[in-house]
Design a protein around this ligand. Sequence first.
Ligand code: AMP
Length: 285
Amino acid sequence: MITVKSVKSLQYKISKLKANAHKIAFIPTMGALHAGHLSLVEAATKDGLVPVVSIFINPSQFNNKVDFKKYPRMVDQDTILLKNSGCKLLFLPSVKEVYPLNFDPRIEIDLEGLDELLEGVFRPGHFEGMLQVVKRLIDIVDPDFLYMGQKDFQQHTLVGHMIRKLHLNCKLVIGPTLREEDGLAMSSRNLRLTPEFRSKAPIIYQSLLYAKKNLKENNSSQIKAEASSMIQESGLKLEYFEIVDGYNLSLVTDPKNHEYIVACVACWAGDIRLIDNIVIKGPSF
Ligand code: AMP
């Protein structure tokens, strides 16, 4: 695996790969890598692509400065994990490299309200920052495919929307959410959970499974209330539990009117904010 820090050297390496008829799968990350991230690298390799991973903790997508400061940083360990997982190229840019002086990162597309619900309510500006960095990284890497995780459902929904709106020449591939044995979705933030909240956190996935099992015609508000109580009674602080249309994120009242349904949850486990989701109906990941 080769590690590069500048846009120029990355683009040189990529042009050589492309000249040899390789197809590039790009996997943007913020590091503190776990098996979920690595599963995307492995999936890309299995699909016959050359995986290129970036590690960049993007300041502009953190609406909370403490979260940014405390975000785990462990590049040496990440490098070893990536090497062992089959990653070919690691891009480790500085903030200046991603956002050079006088660079205007703004993206002028209509997000059609996809950024206003769920995470958008609680993390103002987050998706704007996320889309800016993903667009900038796509422009730098020029990948054939972009691999992202279902774990960040709203994120990949917005990225898919941006790719379509801007006619970007790369195809989005979604990998399934990898979980710990007790069901907790793997996340870099799990490293910061206290033992007490780590033991409570599996209730998040249990609430999602409950919703998936019990959602029926016209009972979505009841299921939402019951799943919300499961989380609240466990001692986690709920921000939202919503059952939404997987395409446009509108709230589902009657499941039979929707072909793609996702239940989404966000809550605080002590100081750590966790999100998760489950596909109840439709495209399965
Ligand atoms: P992050 O480093 O959190 O920005 O995540 C980088 C990529 O890894 C995103 O596309 C995430 O959706 C994906 N990812 C994060 N956690 C998981 C997981 N548990 N399973 C699968 N993919 C994940």
